[in-house]
Design a protein around this ligand. Sequence first.
Ligand code: NIG
Ligand code: FE
Length: 430
Amino acid sequence: MHSDNQRSSATLLTHAAQLLTLRSPSGGSGPRRAAEMRELGIIEDGAVLIAEGKIVAVGTTDEIAKHELLTAKAAHVDEIDCSRKVVLPGFVDSHTHPVFTAPRLIDFEKRIAGATYEEIAEAGGGIRASLRGVRDARRQELAAHVVRGLDEMARHGTTTVECKSGYGLNFAAEMKSLEAIREASHQWPGWVVATLLAAHVVPPEHRENPEEYVRIICQDMIPTAAKLKLAAYVDVFCERGAFSREQSQRILRTAVEYNLGVRAHVCQLTPAQLAPLIEFHPASLDHLDFVSDEDVAVLSKLDTVATLLPAANYFLGLDTFAPARKLLDAGVAVALATDYNPGTSPTASMPFVLSVACTHMKMSPAEALVAATDNGACALQLQGRKGSLEPGKDADIAIFDAQDYRELAYWFGVNRCRETILNGVRQTAA
Ligand code: NIG
Ligand code: FE
């Protein structure tokens, strides 16, 4: 899903202080784990040659200058001098909720005054507080909100985004949300992956009979989303106050029957066993703040990506974070994402996520960068096209005002991304 914006015939990035290629050290196609999560494939004085939205060559500036595409006189070349810049694959934000219409400022103030996320939700705030705006909005309005979020992400270096529905919470509004994601994807040059998250919370009209809502998800929403190709994945919030283990299983089983991929929010607020979800081969399990040691061992043997969302912990003012070190040291494939949403994580900034991952979860800057690029691509099963700078892959590139990759996680509260290239389309961050 990308636009047909005009592309120059070739674009050449030169003299990058550090070019982080993220090329796979083992040549494997699965997610990275353990020592591979620290391999950035750095080239100093690096260059990248792009044509037709794809990466053609990667190397030092001297090496790439000899490329035949540049020596052929006919080629028009748009050159970007990346001196004193760090150049890397665009971030893959593999977990976002951008289909909402307004910030949740009442929740924000209540939390500052001491209420917890669950208390606010029980009192009618939380996810349900975003429902009215989405149900009342026209599809085009929702699409405009999504595009605004995507543009903000791109300004911070993100080029691929997973977008969930999940604030409409009835058939019409969930389908409208997915259509808005599709419409937004046509207006934005990056790559968008749509996920049906109708199982975000039970809407008020089904509070007395949540089973009826689960039935609507399984019998109406999933079949329609699959038939109209409105979503690639189905997600479920498997949590106290949201959907039970058994309801989550029913929803994921239906998704698999309709050939959709699956993923889940789990262990965000309370501990839960992962086996009942792992049965459906999820592409990712997300949050995992309360994952057990036994399940860490199980995950280390799987290609299911553990997607950590520390900006949500930051914004909720929590002292605790997902046990990233335990997961990494056990060899689990870890990704990082923003969780961009109005309730727990109103940020579009992957660099901010890198900062929190390093300072609060003790990930190294290199691990955080792998988690935000290559492993994010694996979480969306896009590793053949996204997540690293290698010939043949999509030209998704972020250019940062920095001379050392560690600076990307070091500076916070400011945006050092200067330019983003999305499927070959240049966008300056200013
Ligand atoms: O990932 N936990 C469920 N979903 C979001 C929060 C959504 C909201 O509060 O609006 C999350 O944190
Ligand atoms: Fe989420």
